[in-house]
Design a protein around this ligand. Structure first.
Ligand code: F6P
Length: 522
């Protein structure tokens, strides 16, 4: 056993939290601010450009101290140390987990440095036009072909850093849906388009099928030799990429110790470099690196990802909240939630503990959300008056990027007003109309950041990465494998064979044979 493997429910802190929860669960905590003038001061962390206010939570000092005790009892410090020192903490895959090494500017591994240099030179040449396509024209469009971790992070960042973008058009082809691929290709000119095939394994069905489809499209106008000029790869599987026809000099290596959903900091981020330039990509890595240092060195009581993780455990395991929402008050962050969904749910959606035992407590939270203020006009009704308790992270920036100060003031006024309304509920306690009554007592974390910069985005994402790791340690699960995605992949292969051959004899399930038959009757 490399990581400590302690069932959290057997700790003293857990029992104490259970008893404490019973005292607290029915308490209407709205009054607490008027009774306790220093609450906000105590439940707040200020760090670099971040201001984190977690005072609007159903917690007291006792809650926090018990949660911190829980972190101690499950040996969180030891686990953090193991992760950063490169121990093989992904024990079921026998791998280290070192996405933090990709941004460790104090102690950079030579292979990381070499790849970063290669990414810089390559993206510079694409951006400044030194790199020419097969007919001598400069590149105007870059298409990232990849799925899951080979798609969500780069697309989220490319969108989030739109303000810092250059002239290149960046596209993402992820879904195997041929209509989606066709829609993307429609606007592209093969002479001026670069394709980056991103797949850690270079075996992912969707990515390989899409890469083949795109190459066929490319070869309608170009020659086989031109593939070398327009297709590059990012992968651990160098042979796989070479077999596809990509020359070794155009392969950007990844390391085995980088998990797919944590890989946007690696060569997987090549499309980000093309979109915003290597300097901005590096600034994002630096922001993440600073967050790593904070996570590694800060005492737990002032440690942003640790506190956010503990609060999440509090709601998940004691209040039995099934989900948590993330609402970013920035249109730029519209792809943050899908990104977090993979990071969090692929990591912590586990029901067997690190001892191989079936778990009898709740693990992975369901993450969902959108951007404010749009979400206010969509599902906030349920947050305010529904029967479910949904702790919510609010994220926003002090400064807008384009000015438009009046809009920004309105945007942020809504952010602050929503966290207040969720907490305080109906101001008029004598209200007679029950349909207009707001209970309040709904928890939120307010994450306020100076400005949406590459550096701050890097820190924000790194905090969420560390948060999910802390939760996984507490829940005694392996956060860094993803065996749960394998079964569907195997069955899909069998199903495809049945569709292609019309032989349904190996399809196990009658409902599925019915569906395939109906599908084939078209
Ligand atoms: O969906 C499972 C998964 O393995 C993810 O973890 C990963 O990000 C994605 O598939 C893509 O994998 P690859 O980069 O190897 O194509």
């Amino acid at each position: 056993m490399i990581l400590p493997a302690i069932n959290p429910t057997t700790t003293e802190a857990w029992s104490a939290l259970d008893a404490h929860f019973k005292e607290l669960k029915a308490q209407k905590m709205q009054q607490i601010f008027s009774e306790d003038s220093t609450r906000t001061e105590r439940f707040k962390i200020e760090w670099e450009d971040f201001y984190i206010d977690y005072s609007k939570n159903r917690i007291t000092d006792k809650t926090v101290s018990l949660l911190l005790k829980l972190a101690e009892e499950v040996k969180l410090s030891e686990a953090i140390q193991k992760q950063f020192e490169g121990a093989k903490i992904n024990e079921t895959e026998d791998r280290a987990v070192l996405h933090t090494a990709l941004r460790d500017f104090d102690n950079m591994k030579p292979e990381v440095k070499t790849t970063l240099n290669k990414m810089e030179a390559f993206s510079d040449a694409i951006i400044n036009g030194d790199f020419k396509g097969y007919s001598g024209k400069t590149i105007t469009d870059v298409v990232n072909i990849g799925i899951g971790g080979s798609h969500l992070g780069p697309e989220m960042v490319t969108d989030a850093l739109q303000y810092y973008r250059n002239h290149l058009n960046i596209h993402y082809v992820a879904n195997i849906d041929g209509d989606a691929v066709a829609e993307t290709l429609q606007s592209l000119n093969p002479e001026t388009t670069l394709f980056i095939v991103v797949s850690k394994s270079f075996t992912t069905q969707e990515t390989l099928a899409n890469a083949n489809l795109v190459r066929d499209w490319f070869l309608k106008t170009a020659n086989q030799n031109d593939v070398q000029k327009h297709f590059v790869a990012v992968t651990v599987n160098i042979d796989g990429a070479k077999k596809f026809g990509i020359s070794e000099k155009n392969i950007f290596p990844m390391q085995d110790w980088v998990g797919g959903r944590f890989s946007m900091w690696s060569a997987v981020g090549l499309s980000i470099c093309c979109a915003v330039g290597f300097g901005n990509f590096k600034a994002m890595l630096k922001g993440a690196f600073q967050a790593d240092k904070h996570f590694k060195n800060e005492t737990f009581k002032d440690n942003i990802p640790v506190i956010l993780a503990l609060l999440s455990v509090w709601y998940n395991n004691f209040f039995k909240c099934e989900s948590e929402a993330v609402i970013a008050y920035s249109q730029y962050l519209q792809k943050l939630v899908p990104y977090l969904q993979q990071a969090v749910m692929e990591s912590n959606g586990k029901s067997v503990d690190r001892n191989g035992k079936k778990i009898n407590y709740e693990t992975g939270t369901i993450v969902w959300g959108s951007v404010g203020t749009n979400a206010q006009h969509a599902f906030f009704q349920l947050l305010h008056q529904g029967t479910k308790l949904i702790p919510t992270d609010f994220i926003g920036f002090k400064e807008s990027l384009h000015g438009n100060t009046e809009n920004h003031n309105i945007l942020m006024a809504n952010y602050f007003a929503q966290t207040e309304s969720l907490w305080e509920g109906t101001h008029d306690k004598n209200i007679k109309n029950c349909f207009k009554f707001f209970e309040g007592n709904k928890p939120t974390n307010s994450i306020l950041i100076n400005k949406l910069t590459p550096k701050n985005l890097g820190s924000l994402v790194a905090f969420y990465e560390h948060k999910l790791f802390v939760q996984g340690i507490i829940w005694n699960i392996f956060s860094y494998d993803q065996w749960g995605v394998e079964l569907g992949k195997i069955v899909a292969k069998n199903t495809l064979k049945a569709i292609q051959t019309n032989d349904l004899s190996n399809v196990k399930n009658h409902s599925t044979t019915g569906l395939i038959s109906a599908f084939k009757q078209n």
